[in-house]
Design a protein around this ligand. Structure first.
Ligand code: 13P
Ligand code: SF4
Length: 305
């Protein structure tokens, strides 16, 4: 069967079975083409709350599917590849957050959305890369304990100088693998290119960028810019999507190391098998967990506008 034939089958089956397909921007282009919504983590959360279908299939990683379940507990939520997880989400446990709360009793606990559901039960608000600055500025609290991504935290802190931040060590292993030297080499190779980066990269890399933002932010920046060449400092799939969507421009990956193997796990066949119920990674969460963990996500959506 060709990719096109499989895509047609997916589109036919999803209508018949009342399925909404949500895909994170790091998914492959053949998945983008069958999805009802493609976006960054914030966009996916907002869309998850709005979806009218009875069944939602998340093409991404586990915390994203669990976020959908938290926002729409009555829906049947599936993760298209049950093995796809985010290594950063495992870096801080709920127990660790409770211990940090004792250590910093006068700090509000703000967590990146890339965390487990269990941990979300213990934090005050979650943020994404595209919503973090606005949400933290909107918070009345001055003292912020930001977990687990200290690189994203550092970028946010620079834009919120009137707040006091505490961080713990953590971050995305994919984005953290790139050094400032790699940026210098890429700039030498492509002297006319603008450099767009994700704030999960280390601060020495982020400091060298012409644009800093989420996956959707990077894509919008490149599409709207008058420039013709771009170095992309995030997962390599974004280079491919941009090249397809803007054939008159040139996009270069900052580094071949910028590959998230978890995001790459999901295939078009996984999506089809999830729809027809062949491989069902159904997300189930206890009611009590849902009511505790969704508070920090509701707060994000409320503060994020
Ligand atoms: P955003 O799509 O929100 O920028 O997040 C990037 C990421 O690494 C998701 O796991
Ligand atoms: Fe997690 Fe990084 Fe992969 Fe995003 S890119 S899913 S933060 S490991």
């Amino acid at each position: 069967m060709t990719t096109r034939e499989l895509q047609d089958l997916i589109i036919e089956e999803k209508k018949k079975r009342d399925v909404c397909i949500l895909a994170h921007a790091y998914q492959s282009h053949d998945i983008w083409e069958v999805a009802d919504f493609v976006g960054d983590s914030y966009g996916l959360s907002v869309q998850a709350a709005k979806a009218t279908q009875k069944n939602v299939i998340m093409c991404g990683v586990r915390f994203m599917a669990e976020t959908v379940k938290l926002l729409s507990p009555d829906k049947n939520v599936l993760l298209s590849n049950p093995l796809a997880g985010c290594p950063m989400a495992q870096q801080v446990s709920r127990e660790k957050v409770l211990q940090l709360r004792n250590q910093y009793p006068d700090h509000l606990v703000v967590a990146y959305i890339n965390t487990t559901t269990d941990m979300k039960r213990a934090v005050d608000v979650v943020v994404t890369s595209s919503s973090a600055v606005q949400i933290i500025k909107n918070l009345p609290d001055k003292n912020i304990l930001f977990i687990p991504d200290c690189n994203l935290g550092d970028w946010v802190a620079k834009q919120c100088p009137d707040k006091n931040f505490q961080f713990i060590q953590g971050g995305c292993p994919t984005h953290m693998s790139v050094s400032a030297k790699t940026v210098e080499e890429a700039r030498k190779l492509h002297p006319h290119a603008l450099f767009a980066v994700h704030p999960e990269c280390i601060k020495e890399v982020v400091e060298k960028a012409d644009y800093i933002g989420s996956t959707t932010g990077i894509m919008n920046f490149c599409k709207k810019s008058e420039a013709k060449e771009f170095i992309i400092g995030t997962e390599q799939s974004i280079v491919q999507h941009l090249q397809i969507e803007c054939p008159d421009k040139n996009f270069y990956a900052l580094s071949n190391a910028l590959v998230c193997h978890n995001m790459k796990m999901t295939t078009l066949s996984d999506v089809y098998n999830s729809i027809i119920g062949k491989e069902r990674a159904v997300i189930t969460l206890p009611d009590e967990t849902i009511s505790e963990a969704r508070k920090c996500i509701d707060r994000m959506i409320e503060l994020g506008g």
